[in-house]
Design a binder for this molecule. Structure first.
Ligand code: SF4
Length: 225
């Protein structure tokens, strides 16, 4: 290692919160999971439920984050936000955790290139529907980068309009063939899951209905769960 590398400051990430809870989303729902929520997001979804992550947080070295993960003793780790990919060192953290033997999920809003992450990291990627107000921010080349046996795509629906948009995207891009699971999730308190279920059944959609499990176990606005 040269002198330059020795003097280089250690990489840091701004971390909003870390906690051990039950995974509430994706096909990993129900499993104990350690969450690392990074600060900051380049989007402003109308129905965002983690707006506190936009600017709360403290800088931590990657080594300090890894120590916290080790103390939790949980083999499943999720890096989320905010938008975790908005911080460049997110990929370094994912690589560090993978090297240490953890299963790593990364939840991303889908507006930034997912190739900033190691291939082995499991991407849970949103495609933003119209009612989010962020539909024009979807980074479509990401669809080519999804791993068919590992990654998942999530469409959060606030309305029938969102559902129909998601249904057409699924069909036009054969989303169900590009990734491990396509998840349709109602905005909590805005779209009745019964309605979304009925639409999916009527259309025979090759997708899963996803409810945010943590919002049924704990109060929907509870943080750190
Ligand atoms: S991408 Fe996620 S964190 Fe960012 S505004 Fe949308 S819902 Fe909130």
């Amino acid at each position: 290692m040269g002198g330059d590398a020795k003097n280089r400051p250690a990489k840091t990430l701004r971390v909003c919160e870390m906690f051990h809870s039950i995974q509430g989303e994706s096909t990993w729902a129900g499993l104990p999971c350690f969450f690392i929520r990074l600060t900051g997001c380049n989007l402003r979804c109308v129905w965002c439920d983690t707006a506190y992550s936009f600017d709360e947080g403290k800088h931590m070295s990657l080594a300090a984050i890894l120590d916290a993960v080790k103390r939790a003793g949980c083999p499943l780790v999720e890096i989320t936000g905010g938008e975790p990919l908005a911080q460049r060192a997110c990929g370094d953290l994912a690589a560090l955790l993978l090297d240490a033997g953890y299963t790593v999920l990364v939840e991303t809003g889908g507006s930034l290139p997912i190739d900033r992450l190691p291939e082995q990291a499991i991407k849970i990627m949103d495609l933003k529907c119209p009612d989010s107000g962020m539909c024009d921010k979807n980074h479509w080349p990401n669809l080519e980068l999804l791993h068919p046996d590992r990654d998942e795509v999530k469409l959060v629906c606030a309305s029938r309009r969102d559902y129909e948009w998601g249904r057409e995207v699924l069909r036009d891009h054969a989303l169900h063939e590009r990734c491990r699971a396509v998840l349709f999730s109602p905005v909590h308190g805005r779209l009745d899951p019964k309605e979304l279920a009925a639409w999916m059944l009527a259309d025979g959609l090759p997708a899963r209905l996803q409810l945010q499990l943590h919002k049924y176990i704990w109060p929907p606005d509870r943080r750190g769960v």
